[in-house]
Design a protein. Sequence first.
Length: 438
Amino acid sequence: MRSIRAAAVGAVTMSLALAATACGGGSSTGGGSNDSPKTLTYWASNQGASIAIDKKVLQPELDKFKKQTGITVKLEVVPWSDLLNRILTATTSGQGPDVLNIGNTWSASLQATGALLPWNTANFAKIGGKDRFVDSALGSTGAEGKDPAAVPLYSMAYALYYNKQIFADAGISQPPATWAELVADGKKIQAKGKQVLGAEGANVSENIHHTFVFAKQHGADFFTADGKADFTNDGVVAAVKQYVDLMAKDKVIPVGNAEYAQNQSVSDFAKGKTAMLMWQSASANLKSQGMSDSSYGIAPIPVQSGTPGTGAQVNSMVAGINLAVFKNTDNLDGSTKFVKFMTSDAEQKILNTAYSSIPPVKTAQEDTAFNTPANAVLKDTLAKSAAALPQVADESQFETAVGTAVKNLFADAAAGRAVTTASVKAELEKAQQQMPAK
């Protein structure tokens, strides 16, 4: 996903599996129509450092689309903290956009509502075919065995960003490759009066992304093979504890970050307050805040030992943004044309360059614009050591329940309360009780 994705979805989330209506007008049967062929509404996610920056990036492209097709696109950039709740409300109210961005981890959950247009072979043919997209991106477009609920738009991976000057001042010659090295480097950095590692402790989805990776590194999963929540197995408990212990025990995440949820950790890094940052495709965001490319380096997220790879060496979730169409849109043809436009080689280069993300379209990804050192790390991670979050219907509830549990544990750590294996398991037990019964 990009910048931040937190969702306080409450009762709307609990009704997710029951929702089967869509929005944007359309036919009463939910099959879509072309009753309003000259306009589209589009909810874009907040990818840049601000909503104003997103509008500056997107509006010229939407104007270009209007010139080509005669279709006016009404743009709204929705903050990540509101987006999932807005989408879920739209699936039940019938009031929403024709086309929208969704975090790729939500694909299966939103697919389960029946509200989104399925991207079957015929629909993919209208935008150039399914084989235009890289496999890792297609793996996060819906439940296995079903037609995708969305089309990949931006691909991202987590990387470790580090301040070269702070490292040099602390006598550190290279970025840490393991968590033990990161903790050891942290002591040297703190001795020079700097913060070590930024985090968004109150950001529900950021918590999920990192604890998912830690779980993989502990050989654990949050769901069983048949899709049942399994939040309290030993590997998951150890993974969550290790992540929270970066603040509670190792002291490398500042206690103030327990309250961060709106990209404050990125701003701290851009201002030189913090030595390291774990983030998805952060280059454009950092540049917009005045940080030069030459002042920081980019390395893979640490692993327990060895080097990144598959299995226990996974060091990122498959991050990204998908483009979806509400099934009962009143401009079905225009919506399809818009998806084709946004995933064209030309637009993929423009948009992914603007957001320092990686095109999920194969031919666009091969462009020289995406061969920078930063992109090399991200592309290598996506190809070799990233895993998709569970593509299950209950994924959004999982993000909310477990992400909030981790938020609570960070709050405990910041308040000086002990974070023990027992307290971690207790929080995860409460999270599991919030999941729908199977």
